[in-house]
Write a protein that binds this ligand. Structure first.
Ligand code: MG
Length: 203
């Protein structure tokens, strides 16, 4: 399986990083070794001094698809959850400045903690789902899919022009405003609407 992440998909987050508003979805990949499952702890890597949390809604692909039409894209996933797109912001800044790929900042081991998946049928509309991240009991990021620049369906259609989607692939759909550094002993809890689907500690 592969992990595909959309960058710059919520306006207020784009502003906080002083990035340009993309005209089409921006995406990058993480390898399966980035996955962190079962609420296992995240160990801060020693190559970065500025690991940022980015809470995101994640789609799990349920069938093979290539060149998927946007109008049928909703048939390619039936479970969603929340995950963290951990980012070594100090490294990413250097990579951006030099025009180099982001993998060093995004694809490292444990950089994709993944919550428990739930049926998308629990939600009436995909374009009005709230999610948030608490650290040590305090909400630090709060988003709603009504603010997405590129909808889930648009993202699936777009990516599948370039990359065949396969069963079990995960798509991180972008983070809302409020990203920031994590530190040792932080307790992260991510929610989809009111339901806690991910909880782990930074070590
Ligand atoms: Mg992200």
């Amino acid at each position: 399986m592969k992990i595909i992440c959309i960058g710059q998909n919520y306006l207020e987050h784009i502003k906080e990083l002083n990035s340009a508003i993309p005209e089409e979805p921006v995406f990058f990949l993480k390898p399966d070794t980035a996955l962190l499952l079962d609420n296992k702890p995240f160990y801060l890597p020693d190559f970065s001094q500025d690991i940022h949390h980015e809470v995101e809604i994640v789609l799990k692909i349920n069938r093979v698809g290539k060149n998927i039409a946007e109008q049928f894209a909703n048939k390619y996933y039936d479970e969603i959850s929340v995950g963290i797109d951990f980012t070594a912001r100090d490294i990413q800044k250097i990579q951006k400045t030099k025009g180099l790929p982001w993998e060093k900042a995004k694809a490292f081991d444990g950089a994709a903690p993944m919550g428990k998946f739930v049926s998308k049928n629990k939600f009436q509309r995909m374009n009005n789902i709230g999610f948030h991240l608490d650290i040590n009991g305090k909400t630090v990021q709060k988003g709603n899919t009504s603010d997405l620049l590129f909808s889930f369906d648009k993202v699936i259609a777009y990516i599948s022009q370039f990359i065949t989607l396969k069963i079990g692939d995960l798509i991180f759909t972008g983070t809302p405003v409020g990203v920031g550094a994590v530190k040792i002993e932080d307790k992260l809890e991510a929610y989809l609407e009111g339901e806690k689907l991910l909880a782990f500690e930074v070590k």
